[in-house]
Ligand binder design. Structure first.
Ligand code: MN
Length: 241
């Protein structure tokens, strides 16, 4: 039976080589049989631009390229860590870049896919920061900054975000239920798939009198986790590494 796969929040990082190997193995096995592999953001712990050193990641990039060359389409949308993934990366790996929010046809069910950070509207400070940093002018400025400056900024940001996270309540860092409803209504879908919050789950609820589902993809910090979708439905797979 034809199937599509969804992953997010792998946070690939040179400091975690076992994780990178697990991802490469996933690309060589499960992903090989998929009709489409969707990567819904934060594939990389940090990506300061397509000219980065991609230290420790060359094998993973080669495995992505091998997968697309063998005919499995891979579609990627940006997370908050890797929003500087650009057209050079796409060309090199054969991965297609998607808009930040998109309705796809998933075996007859219109399905909204996104990273998930846009749904966390209780975190007002983050949303303000996001609007600023993802503004086209900021992105342009970031792309022309010398690499050593971007490397330094990434280090500072990482420290800052660790400090900020420590001071934020868990509710603030989860999605806002009303935002979810509103976004699904606007997109005219009853199925939403996203990552970002690292709280893998399948939430079933009622939206304007009809059943709706929101799937939260798992991160790869302590397990491998992916979602299989086929004409019979959705199926979460999770295994310890
Ligand atoms: Mn994220």
């Amino acid at each position: 039976m034809p199937y599509s796969l969804f992953i997010a929040d792998l946070h690939l990082d040179v400091r975690r080589p076992a994780l990178i190997e697990a991802f490469e193995a996933f690309l060589r096995t499960e992903a090989r049989g998929a009709e489409v592999l969707y990567i819904l953001g934060d594939l990389f712990e940090v990506w300061i631009g397509d000219d980065n050193r991609a230290e420790g990641l060359h094998g993973a990039l080669a495995a992505l390229q091998a997968l697309t060359q063998k005919g499995t389409p891979v579609r990627f949308l940006h997370g908050n860590r890797d929003f500087l993934v650009g057209s050079t990366f796409a060309r090199r790996t054969g991965v297609e870049l998607m808009p930040q929010r998109q309705v796809i046809d998933l075996y007859g069910t219109p399905t909204l896919v996104e990273h998930g950070d846009l749904l966390c509207t209780d975190d007002v400070a983050y949303q303000r920061y996001r609007r600023r940093i993802r503004h086209p002018l900021s992105l342009l400025a970031l792309r022309i900054l010398p690499r050593f400056i971007r490397e330094r900024m990434a280090r500072d940001l990482r420290e800052l975000s660790a400090q900020e996270m420590a001071g934020k309540s868990t509710e603030i860092m989860d999605v806002n239920a009303e935002t979810v409803r509103q976004v699904m209504r606007e997109a005219e879908v009853r199925q939403l798939i996203h990552g970002h919050t690292h709280r893998p789950n399948v939430h079933r609820f009622e939206l304007d009198g009809a059943p709706a589902v929101r799937v939260v993809l798992g991160d790869w910090y302590e397990q491998e986790s992916w979602l299989v979708a086929d004409s019979e439905g959705l199926h979460v797979v999770s295994q310890r590494t």
